[in-house]
Design a protein around this ligand. Structure first.
Ligand code: FAD
Length: 313
């Protein structure tokens, strides 16, 4: 008898582009993580919906992935469906409103806006994110975050297409209503201002240049791995003497203590142990809780809650 996974593969293969030989190591910027049974690349919302519907109907675990720049997946094989959104990348503009599908790259949208004299999305130029991932995480830098430009979000709940205003998204520090929920972001509407293309482009480039000086951007990483309420995470990690601390090929960056990097062949478990070590050391030294900004999947405890760490009191 065919397993549910095989049935899903057979059903999807007729309607959606699928791959059976991918791993999280190939699909994430940290460059580690196990094989994936099925990866689907929907190109239309209809196909996206179909993937979700069949995964649910056959009770196959599924995960939506954007550009994989904020995800640590375990080394074990994922016996489920990863729905990769990168081919859902349409962009449309109406005056100062830009409508973009979830898989569009934020950097591309920033360039698109700059070319049309639309200002507000410059900080997106510096993020290696998809629009969906940026909405889910309320990604931001240089004092701006995604909530400041998103006026409406379209999402699938089950297979129902719904939409809510930016205000209803419950955006917070690196979080939103969509984080760890069943709601899947399919598109976002941006409200931007008018500006001078040349000046907007120059701002994008200046931000990127600043990032290059302070962050190890050419490396395998998922950006700042931690955050805390006071915004002091990387300073505390530095003060705890953890820069360059290494477990296997997983290392705390020398340039930016908030960044964990895979220097060559780190396993996800190396990275995971390093993240936990940093959290517990900072807690023991300064009594400060660092939450994990990076999302994890397939681990024993998928939690940001330092209270559950063995070292906490
Ligand atoms: C070099 C580097 C620099 C970075 N700098 C910054 C920075 O300055 N500021 C910042 O905030 N972040 C930064 N990040 C982190 C990262 O880019 C952001 O968190 C980004 O928003 C993640 O987007 P993604 O498309 O890669 O999401 P993914 O990593 O693919 O997914 C992240 C989470 O969102 C979920 N998800 C993705 N798409 C959808 C969707 N359509 N619907 C529902 N759930 C979805 C996934 O299941 C996962 O749980 C950086 C990362 C790197 C590698």
């Amino acid at each position: 008898m065919m397993s549910n996974l095989q049935q899903l593969q057979e059903r999807l293969a007729k309607r959606v582009c699928i791959c059976l030989n991918k791993s999280f190591a190939q699909l994430t910027t940290i460059g580690c993580g196990g094989e994936i049974a099925i990866v689907a690349y929907p190109t239309t919302i209809r196909q996206f919906r179909l993937c979700l519907r069949w995964a649910k109907r056959l009770s196959v675990p599924h995960l939506v992935l954007g550009r994989g720049s904020n995800l640590l997946a375990s080394d074990d094989k994922f016996l489920g469906l990863v729905i990769c959104t990168t081919r859902l990348s349409k962009v449309r503009r109406f005056a100062t409103t830009v409508w973009c599908q979830c898989g569009a790259s934020t950097a591309r949208i920033a360039k698109y806006c700059a070319a049309r004299g639309l200002t507000g999305a410059e900080f997106w130029y510096c993020l290696p994110a998809s629009v969906g991932g940026a909405v889910v995480m309320n990604a931001g830098c240089f004092g701006a975050d995604t909530s400041s430009i998103v006026s409406r979000v379209y999402y699938l709940e089950g297979t129902r297409l719904c939409s809510i205003s930016g205000r209803q998204c419950r955006f917070g520090k690196r979080t939103s209503l969509f984080k760890q929920s069943d709601k899947v972001v399919v598109a976002a509407k941006l409200r931007l201002g008018r500006g001078n293309s040349k000046a907007i482009r120059a701002r994008c480039k200046a931000m990127m240049a600043k990032k290059r000086l302070t962050q190890p951007l050419g490396q395998k990483t998922f950006g700042s791995a931690f955050f805390n309420d006071s915004g002091t995470a990387s300073r505390l990690i530095d003060q705890a003497g953890l820069k360059n601390f290494r477990i296997g090929d997983a290392k705390v960056s020398n340039l930016h203590a908030g960044f964990v990097i895979n220097i060559d062949k780190a396993t996800s478990f190396d990275i995971y142990l390093l993240l936990r070590h940093v959290q517990s050391q900072v807690y023991l030294r300064f009594g400060e809780i660092l939450s994990l900004e990076v999302q994890t999947t397939g681990f024993f405890e998928e939690t940001n809650d330092l209270g559950r760490l063995p070292h906490s009191h």
